[in-house]
Design a protein around this ligand. Sequence first.
Ligand SMILES: NC(=O)c1ccc[n+]([C@@H]2O[C@H](COP(=O)([O-])OP(=O)(O)OC[C@H]3O[C@@H](n4cnc5c(N)ncnc54)[C@H](O)[C@@H]3O)[C@@H](O)[C@H]2O)c1
Length: 273
Amino acid sequence: MGYIEKMFGLDGVNIIITGGAGSIAGVLASELVKAGAKVCLWGRGTNHPVAAAVDKVSAAAGIAGRVFGVTVDTGLEAGIPEAIAETEKLMGVPNALINGAGGGKGKGPFVDLDIELFKEVVDMNLLAGFIVPTKIIAKYWIDKKIRGAIVNFTSMGSYVPLSGTWAYCSAKAAILNMTQAAAKEFAPYGIRVNAVAPGFFVGYQNKALLIKDEAAGELTDRGKAVIAHTPFGRFGKHEELAGAMVFLLSNAAAGFVTGISLPVDGGYLVQNI
Ligand SMILES: NC(=O)c1ccc[n+]([C@@H]2O[C@H](COP(=O)([O-])OP(=O)(O)OC[C@H]3O[C@@H](n4cnc5c(N)ncnc54)[C@H](O)[C@@H]3O)[C@@H](O)[C@H]2O)c1
């Protein structure tokens, strides 16, 4: 085995990816399979069917027998143990978790906040997107003495709030905070907790906010503002998140790395004047 393979190869890494039928997760999953991992896509099966996502990821990876799927709502604690058992049967014992469930919904002035929608978005990003699956899977790893790795999704809004997306940004700020807190809590068990902070990648969740007319390549005012604020002058391509993810999941490369949020943002966070 060559140096690069030893350092970054993910052979033996069995990854649960929540929100696994989503846009970023789908692309990441096929890249991680190419790096040697097995992946089990966990999705609600409501708007994005899991079986179709499994087929798509397998085809994109070009490798058979390494992509699996389980239908589960990661916001509902009661269903998680069964999803773990099903995952074990399909893929073997999972030893990594990517918390990919999440997304934005609603944008507007603070004084017009729809409180029910606010709760729904916080539930999706903070509870389904981190707390519920992490709680059960970390316990499972602690009981089995598995030194697992967790990668969460933070956001540019975790650092400085994006205008009008109150629930999403508050949930993502909480994920940044809890990535650090959980890293400290789980370190004695050898469990690492990190995050990737994507800049702006056009996906199912944010397309309407960023793109006015896809065929004409026309952006919304918000889309234009994002590009103007991104030193690279463009949106990210989903596969550009893969390197950060491979690094954080590799025990050889990142075995002493925990509690960080790694921006992959074309310089968005360092833009000033
Ligand atoms: N696209 C971006 O620019 C961007 C930027 C920063 C952070 N992120 C984060 O990256 C992650 C993936 O984003 P994306 O753009 O691929 O979004 P996406 O909407 O394409 O995918 C998210 C998936 O999560 C699933 N999901 C939501 N709630 C769920 C639940 N309770 N149980 C199971 N599945 C659930 C959705 O059905 C969807 O398939 C999200 O956490 C998002 O907030 C994205």
